[in-house]
Design a protein around this ligand. Structure first.
Ligand code: ADP
Ligand code: MG
Length: 938
């Protein structure tokens, strides 16, 4: 009665293929009777794509539940952190042991991983039986047995005299708190050993191994087989980030973002999560999809009510499901003329290997006949076709369900990466997937339909659970070695409090020395008098021009100051670029360019004929003899124009104006930007007596008692001192804390040997220090796979603003990677973590050094004033201080530590260089017009 059925054996299609199509519901009408009957009988096992999408959505929800701290305790899917944070990078090497418990046999392996560039791992294995006494006996015996097997294995491989690291593949749900510790939550599959649940299996193995005096094994990692599978495939394919097992049991792991794993401290990077998805449905989430057969199978299992998803999927159960279905169909008279055999009534008589054989492409039907005959069932031709169809439906459901949960994981990975499309690799292992004639193909096909946005490559793991454990161990050893070297490289940046105190004290000594008459010309911290003697009092008014030269930008400003009740400052400014060739050309060219910019600005504002008073913010060390005279001591930062050092900058500006012969200006004051900053803040807060810059460069000014300033006549009142502390250390006094990276940055700079403190603390250099460290770490093979890219060689590519971006707490590692990518640095996740650490080390040291310097100034002021506590305001400007996510906080904390008796208010200056120059000019102008009480010497 097969009629014209396309499934007749011997035709092109073959029975299996027809059954396949029937199972997909593609050709119901054409299918012959037995299949139709089976279809009707088993319609509940046939899951449409809609249902599978729904299963995927349910599993997504389960994953979230397992990941969150508050819902994890009641979650069915445990989402266990594996403490595996990195995939192999190919540089692993050494000889490792692995022992693998959880499959059908106990396996011992020796794995040799080479780093000779060929990237290969050699595996030698020996299998040991796991009889029922072992899988269902007591714990001590189990671990003794494992230790005995290992000892035997080491004996056969001549490993007894060596110390070998071991990875322990233990494929049961374990709660890990570190890589080498794991408490068994529950036995699964066919294992049920007494006294192990709730205990740490690593220490149990360790104890058993210690009884063997003749071997020396260090258990370094506890590894789930899914994780081992992922790691093994990850060794060959760096894209691998999922491990999947479909064998005796089923389970999957994947790399999850640390910030989503609330059970483990830390937000950086990723960690492999062992989903333990076999338990999906244990809370009833799949009850609507489970059939009477699933329920019956569960009741007869070793662990009723547990691992319900696994029981619909894995090879340990599929044969039994088929048996239960056949039994029921026979009892209902649909098969074998209703005659049940004793064998069919016996639990476990149909195994996975039988199901696979029956579904074979060509011999399937004859296999079926043989198998059924073996079971004493006397099948007709139709019975055979029907039984084959049952097998197909059962194994197809398994592949469908697996595809659904895998789709959920892939979707999650894709969402984590914020990608619309994703390419990824799944490492896969397990007998069902590997040996069933159609399973793999079905799984792939359904998966493609369920997640069309993921291009998935499946890589079969070559004995993944054993090799993988060795790989986890190898990676752990590599990471530990890398960590030691990274710590060593960054250690010099961790300045302990005692060192910072020393820095504060040397700074204090240099400040004092710079004020001495005999020090002039020799002091490294020059302590330049500014001839600014007091703060604005609010009566300043008028229109002023200001120039701001000395940073990233050159600006010309028009400042309108109103006094009295309508007290306010209005500013108009224009930014002009100073091309590198002018910054480093001749002095005349530089000043001609400046005057050109002023002319543009005056035109732009329509005030060319006004002859306004001008304040010139010139942020380089100048030796002043009055408020409008300043001789350049030496260029700093990026400037190096010729014929300027030793010249009066106001004269140079006046001459350039004269050369142009187009307009005239009344140059009233030359102002350092620190002083401008202090004045701007002082305009708002009379307590502001210190100005700090942390931008391209670093510098501080403060109000000093005239009696302490030996270089200026007079002992009354105060004068602002521009410390020029950037040069601190130029005499070698902080050389002991400078690193080789600092020396490299210095040697590559425009002014080698100069501004040593500035080069450790300011925006122009921090990125360069980072770059030098990255080069060194790459040379050591700790970064970028040991490859120094062209862009990393480029001086200046690593701007300080990238430090700010990378160190921002809100930025996920993925974005750090984007920043690096933007710089032409192709980084892995681990690279990004290291780069971020390097940035933090460099910026933290900068902030702490700067804080130590400031503490010296504060303490000096406190002691000079003779007060127990000093209340003072520090005006601050500079983009490093303002925009770096941690610099200002760390600086302030350091000041608290090192100057505990000073209560400091930090006040951000708004455009100190512009506004401050105008304020100083205003006061100077007012004094010039006959008010000798105030600010200047004029
Ligand atoms: P100045 O050049 O007058 O010091 P800024 O105070 O604006 O001007 O400082 C500019 C410097 O700040 C740049 O040279 C750069 O080193 C640094 N910088 C720029 N952007 C950032 C940022 N986002 N975070 C930290 N530092 C930055
Ligand atoms: Mg500035």
């Amino acid at each position: 009665g097969r009629g014209g059925s396309p499934s007749a054996p011997g035709t092109e299609h073959g029975a299996g293929q027809a059954a396949e199509q029937a199972a997909q519901g593609a050709c119901m009408a054409e299918c012959h009777l037995p299949s139709l009957q089976v279809d009707r009988f088993l319609h509940q096992l046939r899951l449409s794509d809609d249902v599978l999408q729904d299963v995927a959505a349910r599993f997504q929800a389960e994953m979230l539940k397992g990941l969150a701290r508050d819902t994890n305790p009641t979650a069915a899917v445990k989402m266990l952190p594996s403490f595996v944070r990195s995939l192999p990078d190919g540089s692993e090497k050494g000889e490792f042991l692995a022992v693998d418990l959880g499959g059908s046999q106990l396996r011992a392996h020796r794995v040799r991983v080479s780093d000779d560039g060929k990237q290969s791992s050699q595996l030698e294995s020996k299998f040991y039986p796991t009889p029922k006494e072992v899988t269902q006996g007591n714990g001590a015996e189990l671990f003794d047995y494992i230790a005995d097997c290992l000892s035997d294995f080491m004996d056969t491989r001549n490993l007894k005299q060596k110390k070998v690291p071991l990875g322990f593949t233990f494929s049961f749900p374990c709660k890990q708190t570190k890589l080498d510790e794991g408490v068994l939550l529950e036995w699964t599959k066919h294992f049920r050993v007494r006294g192990v649940q709730g205990t740490d299996v690593v220490s149990s193995l360790h104890r058993a191994l210690q009884k063997h005096q003749d071997i020396d094994v260090d258990v370094l990692a506890l590894v789930n087989d899914t994780v081992g599978t992922m790691m093994t495939c990850g060794y060959d394919d760096p894209r691998c980030e999922v491990g999947l097992i479909i064998g005796t049991g089923t389970n999957a792991c994947y790399m999850e973002e640390m910030r989503h794993i609330s059970l483990v401290e830390g937000d950086e990077g990723r960690m492999c999560i062992n989903t333990e998805w076999g338990a999906f449905g244990d809370d009833g989430a799949l009850d609507d999809l489970r059939t009477e057969f699933d329920r019956e199978l569960d009741l007869g299992s070793l662990n009723p009510g547990k691992q319900l998803f696994e029981k619909m999927i894995s090879s340990l159960y599929l044969g039994e499901l088929v048996r239960l279905i056949l039994l029921k169909m026979t009892k209902e008279g649909l098969l074998f003329n209703g005659k049940v055999s004793a064998a069919l009534l016996t639990k476990g008589k149909i195994e996975m290997k039988h199901v696979s054989a029956m579904e074979k492409y060509k011999e399937g039907l004859s296999n079926t006949r043989e198998i059924l005959t073996e079971l004493k069932l006397f099948p007709s031709e139709e019975d055979c076709v029907a039984v084959q169809h049952v097998c197909t439906i059962v194994s197809f459901r398994s592949a469908n369900l697996c595809a659904a949960t895998l789709a959920a994981i892939l979707t999650r990975l894709r969402d984590n990466k914020k990608l619309l499309r994703m390419r990824t690799t799944v490492g896969i292992d397990g007998g069902l997937y590997k040996t069933h004639p159609r399973y793999a193909q079905r799984l792939h096909k359904v998966l493609r339909r369920l997640v069309p946005t993921c291009d998935v490559r499946f890589v079969l793991s070559r004995s993944g659970s054993g090799r993988g454990a060795a790989m986890v161990t190898a990676v752990a050893l590599r990471l530990a070695a890398q960590r030691r070297r990274l710590d060593a490289a960054l250690a010099p940046f961790l300045l302990p409090p005692s060192t910072l105190q020393q820095v504060r004290d040397s700074m204090r000594a240099e400040l004092e020395y710079g004020l001495k008459r005999e020090a002039q010309g020799q002091a490294t911290v020059k302590m330049l008098p500014t001839y600014v003697r007091g703060m604005p009092d609010g009566t300043e008014k008028g229109k002023f021009l200001a120039l701001d030269l000395g940073g990233t930008n050159f600006r010309v400003l028009l400042v309108k100051i109103k006094s009295g009740r309508r007290r306010s400052v209005q500013m108009y400014n224009k930014i002009f670029a100073i091309p590198l060739e002018i910054m480093q050309g001749t002095g005349e060219e530089l000043f001609d360019h400046i005057v050109q910019c002023i002319a543009d600005f005056l035109d732009y504002m329509g005030i060319k004929g006004a002859r306004l008073p001008l304040g010139f913010t010139f942020s380089f060390p100048c030796r002043q003899t009055s408020i409008d005279k300043g001789t350049l001591v030496g260029w700093t930062k990026g400037f190096k124009a010729t014929d300027c050092e030793g010249e009066d900058v106001v004269d140079m500006l006046r001459e350039a104006i004269r050369r142009r012969n187009e307009f005239d200006l009344d140059i009233v004051a030359v102002v350092n930007d620190t002083v401008g900053t202090m004045m701007t803040c002082g305009y708002e807060d009379p307590n502001c007596e210190i100005g700090l810059i942390a931008g391209t460069g670093t510098n501080v000014c403060y109000m000093e008692d005239m009696k302490n300033i030996e270089t200026v006549e007079g002992n009354e009142g105060k004068m602002c001192i521009n410390t020029e502390w950037g040069a601190f250390g130029d005499n070698g006094c902080i050389d002991h804390i400078r690193t080789k990276y600092d020396r490299e940055v210095d040697e590559g700079s425009l002014n080698p040997g100069k501004q040593r403190y500035e080069k450790m603390t300011s925006g122009m250099y921090l990125g360069e220090i980072v770059r030098e460290i990255l080069i060194d770490l790459t040379k050591q093979g700790l970064l970028f796979r040991g490859h120094i890219s062209e862009s990393l060689r480029k001086r200046g590519i690593f701007e300080t603003k990238f430090l700010s971006q990378i160190e921002s707490d809100r930025l996920a590692l993925l974005q750090v990677r984007r920043v690096l990518q933007h710089l032409g640095l192709d980084s892995t996740c681990e690279d990004s973590i290291i780069v971020k650490e390097v940035c933090a080390a460099v910026s933290t040291r900068a902030a702490r050094l700067c804080g130590a310097g400031l503490a010296a100034v504060l303490e000096k002021r406190r002691q000079d004033r003779g007060v127990e506590r000093l209340q003072i305001t520090v005006g601050v400007d500079g983009t490093l201080y303002k925009l770096h996510p941690h610099f200002s906080r760390i600086l302030q904390e350091t000041v608290k530590e090192l100057a505990p008796q000073c209560d400091v208010t930090f006040m951000l200056s708004e455009d100190g260089s512009g506004k401050g120059a105008a304020l100083i000019t205003a006061v100077a102008k007012r004094l010039h017009n006959g008010d000798p009480e105030h600010l200047s010497d004029l």
